[in-house]
Design a protein around this ligand. Structure first.
Ligand code: CP3
Length: 358
């Protein structure tokens, strides 16, 4: 993917931003900071804006998606915006029947459980169909970029396994047993399914980058349920394929929840060590993750969201500890170890930004 001369990474706006520098393995004076799920449920201004609009409709209304993306940047002064959307938006645009059920998550009307289901879903919802419908996404990203100036926008997509897990289960599940069963009962159908989800995620990333995103993050929320061997052989190649279209054009972050046992493989999704930054969840101390990755990989994380409600001095000590543990990495982006909880007090997030910037 070749970025235009007007892309924020090429025209002098974001290339020297603390976020881009850290993701490229540099150490700016202070760690850049943003929060996964910073746009959304924790902000009263978001809840007011969304009051009459269903989530997926908001995602496909450029003015709304852009405004929601910008809210936390204005409020907290974070070092990056993350595009407001959802991991199922590419599926929706490709024509799948998916709903976001409040308090539960994505639910697909027709689960994909057999080789015939996989063949059907691929034939009926080809990536071309998604590409034709990405206009509202490009438009929303463009509106964000116009206001962000030197603050980079992070584009994102769900990783092929997480998307496939929702599709096979038909909705959220605890252990993803049906998805993991298909992987072993019909490896070929599984490979085809992940090749297709990877194509959709890749196309979604490309649209955001072409429209001006200066970095991307791949979210693998469910990879933690996999064994190392299954992850390496049956999932990582698809995640690599999803990132491949944008790798080399913009820095990438690869984040998988509960994946301490997979860390080395997560890092290798870029092909070689250091090609992607690794998002570390709160369970693995950052210094331990950095050492396991050979001190060659930029990292992101990993404030435990459970500390957000703690007394200010306790939270501050935890944040300082995370920053200190991140010091041995070639680059460190301060973030939570998972998304902002809906109950988080937004003033606490602002305080973390001030602390990181002090
Ligand atoms: O902030 C909000 O909760 C409001 C908007 C919203 C998002 N997703 C934004 C989002 C809503 C209502 C959803 C629905 C949804 N999708 C849920 C929650 C269901 C509920 O009501 O409790 C879930 C679990 C999904 C699926 C999903 N989306 C996953 C697994 C992920 C990956 C990250 C993770 O939490 O593990 C997402 C990404 C997501 N959803 C982002 C946003 C803005 C990603 C970008 C970011 O970090 O901000």
């Amino acid at each position: 993917l070749v970025l235009s001369n007007e892309h924020p990474l090429n025209d002098g706006r974001t290339a020297a931003s603390p976020l881009v520098r850290a993701l490229r393995g540099d150490r700016p004076d202070r760690p850049p900071v943003w929060f996964m799920r910073q746009a959304g449920r924790s902000l009263p201004e978001y809840r007011a804006l969304r009051a009459e609009t269903p989530m997926l409709e908001a995602c496909l209304t450029p003015e709304l998606a852009a405004e929601i993306t910008l809210q936390p940047v204005r409020r907290h002064g974070v070092d990056a915006a993350v595009f407001f959307s959802d991991i199922v938006v590419p599926m929706l645009l490709a024509g799948l029947d998916v709903e976001l059920v409040a308090g539960r998550g994505p639910v697909f009307a027709t689960p994909v459980r057999t080789a015939a289901d996989v063949a059907r879903v691929r034939a009926e919802h080809p990536v071309e169909r998604l590409r034709e419908r990405l206009g509202p996404i490009s438009e929303a990203v463009g509106q964000c970029i116009a206001e962000l100036g030197g603050t980079p926008l992070i584009g994102f997509a769900g990783a092929p396994f997480t998307i496939a897990a929702y599709l096979v289960e038909g909705g959220p599940s605890r252990d993803h047993l049906r998805a993991r069963s298909l992987m072993h009962s019909d490896p070929e159908a599984w490979r085809d399914l992940l090749a297709w989800t990877a194509e959709l995620s890749g196309a979604f990333l490309v649209a955001q980058v072409e429209a001006g995103a200066s970095a991307v993050q791949l979210f693998d929320s469910w990879a933690g349920s996999l064994s190392l061997a299954d992850y390496r052989e049956r999932v990582a190649p698809a995640s690599r394929a999803a990132l491949a279209p944008v790798l080399g054009s913009v820095p990438a972050i690869h984040f998988a929840v509960g994946s301490g046992h997979l860390l080395e493989e997560i890092a290798l999704v870029g092909g070689e060590p250091g090609a992607v930054a690794v998002g570390v969840d709160w369970r693995t101390p950052l210094d331990e993750a950095i050492a396991r990755l050979g001190n060659r990989t930029p990292v992101q994380g990993n404030i435990d969201p459970a500390f957000l409600d703690a007394p200010p001095a306790v939270l501050e000590a935890h944040v300082r500890d995370v920053i200190a543990r991140g010091a041995s990495a070639p680059g460190h982006v301060l973030n939570l170890g998972h998304g902002v909880p809906p109950t988080a007090d937004p003033t606490v997030l602002t305080r973390i930004v001030e602390l990181a910037h002090a």
